[in-house]
Write a protein that binds this ligand. Structure first.
Ligand code: ADP
Length: 262
């Protein structure tokens, strides 16, 4: 708590009163620390790929270019790292637009079951690559919701991509949709590596990852879940996670069916 005094004086310089301003700085300090941590994280995330690109380019220029095989493998690394930087910048831009409410949400009624099928189709190659089995429980209800279709698609894609990534080969991934009063609940479960108990409360934080090296190896930016949470909250919904280490993870997305947008 910060205290400031101001004396109120009359024309003759006599003290007539006192104003005491008490300011709660803990919130301010917390925000300031979060901002510092964020900048440190961004710098670190960018530094790693930049260092790699630079050292591989230098080695190529120093003569490694003569060997066609080496040249190709180095260029592949440079390409992969540049893609990572592009993804990171694009995720950061999106988060910043969401923070400053610069993202326009285009609400319309759409068929949620159809959207889920579309997302699953787009991810077919990733499912096949890891030989995962998909259980799609849509109940043929044809649920219609009011929301921003492309942003909800992005959320589903982020969560499903994580389920695919963080589940070893031959895994089982299930998607279930059910109506509960005026909400629809989408559950996405996997039987993958799971999330340790102590990490669960932090999982939606920007840049938080259980295993930084593993996430980076798989091309992750550590921002997917924070973007998802932001988007769901803009829909007056809620996103939560249950997980058991070594057993699997379930993400639950709760969305109002008839969101009234003012
Ligand atoms: P990333 O780009 O690292 O995947 P996310 O924000 O999407 O970033 O996820 C944050 C972290 O949450 C991941 O690094 C991973 O540790 C954990 N995580 C997310 N989904 C799952 C899942 N289905 N199973 C296990 N861990 C997960």
């Amino acid at each position: 708590l910060k205290a400031n005094f101001v004396y109120l004086k009359n024309e003759n310089n006599q003290v007539k009163g006192l104003v005491l301003v008490l300011q709660d700085i803990t919130e301010h300090e917390k925000l300031d620390n979060m901002r510092k941590e964020f900048v440190a994280n961004v710098s670190h995330e960018l530094k790693t790929p930049i260092t790699t690109v630079k050292s591989y380019t230098e080695t190529l220029l120093d003569g490694a270019m003569e060997d066609k095989e080496i040249c190709k493998s180095f260029l592949n690394v440079i390409n992969r790292e540049s893609e990572r930087m592009a993804r990171l910048v694009s995720d950061l831009l999106q988060l910043s637009r969401l923070d400053y409410k610069k993202t326009s949400f285009n609400f319309s009624k759409f068929n949620l079951d159809k959207l889920i099928k579309d997302v699953v189709n787009k991810l077919e190659i990733s499912f096949k690559e890891k030989n995962h089995t998909l259980n799609l429980g849509l109940n043929d209800e044809n649920i219609i919701i009011n929301g921003d279709k492309y942003k909800i698609e992005q959320v589903l894609q982020n969560i499903l991509t994580n389920a695919i990534k963080y589940t070893p080969e031959n895994g089982i991934i299930s998607i279930d949709v059910k109506k509960q009063k005026e909400y629809v609940i989408i559950s996405i479960s996997d039987n993958g590596i799971g999330i340790p108990k102590e990490a669960i409360p932090r999982i939606f934080e920007r840049f938080y990852r259980v295993d930084k090296a593993r996430s980076r190896d798989m091309g992750g930016t550590g921002l997917g879940l924070s973007i998802a949470k932001h988007i769901i909250e803009e829909h007056k919904g809620d996103i939560s996670v249950e997980s058991e280490l070594g057993k699997g993870t379930t993400f639950k997305i709760k969305l109002p069916v008839n969101l009234i947008v003012l």
